[in-house]
Design a protein around this ligand. Structure first.
Ligand code: UGA
Length: 471
């Protein structure tokens, strides 16, 4: 299928500037390979905003549609609503080329060649299942608005069967549109790199034309050798939840070993190193500690279990219940360890919590293990001071009763106990001698196995960690 280049003339919402045309060469795209398309992105949160800007860097004309007016206006003025290394610069640069725009009017989607659906699928309140109402609304929007023969590409993480339903919806309401499913594997904190240079591309398609268009859109990473897997809708949908379930299982596996290590006095970090050398196992995602959180892994394994129940194969995924339970037990264990370390009660004791984000290089606090522990200790009467390089504002909105500090040294003043709960580099680099000079009691629990125990012990600290022996 050879598609005609899109024309951008007259009153188009994004006229290509001369500099934008010159910019193409910056990305090493040859004239033959380069094919500018008009791309829409629905939902400009983490996934959508990064995807939109990255699509612009490879030369496509991109319009990001976001119903939250303030968010759309902010993005259009180069204000990023979240912290993501490298994204601010990319956003300003791409807005400057004239190829990228955001707005809360869906009309500019009308003549797109392709529209990506990047809306969220959060966990339903009081249920394990995912809330797919935003995905349905996005497909209804394209059915109402898009007039061209566009490919509508789902990227959101969805229960298997969603793409088929979307395809039926479009067949009834907008038969000129075609559906494809192209799951996203980006990690927060590495979103730009993961989007520009994914480790694989999965195309769930119903015809060759859809595959060809996707290959054109991703010409750049494909030319760099990125593997492409072309498959059907259910497989494409399952790849994403299977990948996240596997990652969650790996983390919970090592955390289960951690529970055993704590009882027998073994060291889970050495255990992980030793089994990780086996290439069939691998060391990544065997980081034992406080476990997984965030907006993806926890809700994705739960939604997968719920969907398996609907499909009558719940037994196949019953192990994920245990994965979830092991993960949540780590948080309770951390609270218990803090109690033990403080002589059986936390009431009135000052606990400095290093980290609020669910992982480093992010300001995302959704289901953050760190904040969960901080809040539990607060509710038990501790005087908890939380610090984080990026997530303090988000954390304060969610837990206004916690005390917050802008810097680690401020949080550590007169602390009776330090908990390292998110392994930001700046916490790993703290000097135990300096810290020892400002705290009331030299005790630290490393919830992420991120510190060098010896240097803390040498500075006179009682150092404890999840899954490691006490000395
Ligand atoms: C995860 C997946 O890694 C991405 O591939 C996927 O695209 C994304 O979900 C998604 O579904 O959108 P993300 O949630 O950004 O990405 O974070 P991860 O890097 O996977 O970390 C998840 C959690 O596991 C964090 O709380 C982290 O601290 C924890 N973790 C990670 C461990 O406890 N141990 C490890 O060894 C690794």
């Amino acid at each position: 299928m050879v598609r005609q280049p899109t024309r951008y003339g007259g009153t188009n919402w994004l006229a290509e500037s001369e500099s934008a045309a010159r910019d193409r060469t910056h990305f090493g795209l040859t004239q033959e390979r380069w094919h500018q398309m008009k791309i829409g992105v629905i939902g400009c949160g983490y996934l959508g905003a990064v995807h939109a800007a990255c699509m612009s860097t490879v030369g496509h004309q991109v319009y990001g549609y976001e119903i939250d007016v303030a968010k759309a206006e902010g993005l259009n003025s180069a204000r990023t609503p979240f912290f993501e290394p490298g994204f601010d610069e990319m956003l300003s640069e791409q807005l400057g080329t004239g190829r990228l725009a955001f707005g809360s009017d869906p009309q500019p989607l009308a003549d797109c060649d392709a529209v990506f659906i990047c809306v969220g699928t959060p966990q339903l309140k009081g249920e394990l299942a995912a809330d797919t109402r935003y995905v349905t609304a996005a497909f209804e929007t394209v059915a109402d608005v898009v007039r061209s023969n566009a490919l509508i590409i789902g990227k959101s993480t969805v229960p298997v069967g969603t793409a088929d339903r979307a395809s039926q919806l479009l067949a009834e309401r907008a038969p000129h549109l075609t559906v494809a499913w192209n799951p996203e594997f980006l990690r927060e904190g590495k979103a730009v790199k993961d989007t520009l240079r994914p480790d694989r591309l999965v195309f769930g398609v119903e015809n060759e034309g859809s595959e060809e268009l996707l290959r054109e859109i991703y010409a750049d990473p494909i030319a760099d050798g990125c593997p492409v897997l072309v498959t059907d809708f259910p497989t494409a949908e399952l790849v994403k939840v299977a990948a996240n379930s596997f990652l969650a299982t790996k983390i919970s596996f090592i955390n289960a070993m951690s529970e055993v290590c704590e009882v027998v006095g073994a060291d889970v970090t050495q255990l992980a190193d030793a089994i990780g050398y086996d290439a069939r196992i691998g060391r990544s995602f065997l980081g034992a500690g406080l476990g997984f959180g965030g907006g993806c892994l926890p809700k994705d394994i739960r939604a997968f279990m719920a969907r398996a129940g609907e499909l009558g194969v719940d037994q196949a995924l019953s192990f994920l219940r245990e994965v979830d339970a092991i993960n949540m037990r780590r948080r309770s264990r951390m609270v218990e360890m803090a109690h033990e370390q403080l002589g059986g009660t936390v009431i009135g004791q000052r606990i400095a919590v290093l980290g609020a984000a669910f992982k480093p290089d992010s300001d995302d606090i959704r289901d953050s293990p760190a904040l969960n522990v901080a809040a539990q200790l607060l509710l038990r009467g501790a005087d908890v001071v939380v610090t984080d390089p990026q997530a303090v504002e988000n954390a304060r909105r969610k837990w206004p009763d916690l005390t917050f500090a802008d810097t680690p040294m401020e949080a550590l003043q007169k602390a009776d106990l330090i908990l390292l709960l998110t392994e930001w580099d700046e916490y790993k680099q703290l000097d135990p001698q300096q810290v020892g000079a400002v705290v009331r009691h030299k005790q630290i629990i490393d919830g992420r196995n991120a510190l060098d125990p010896q240097s803390w012990r040498d500075a006179g600290f009682v150092y404890r960690a999840l899954g490691r022996p006490r000395v």
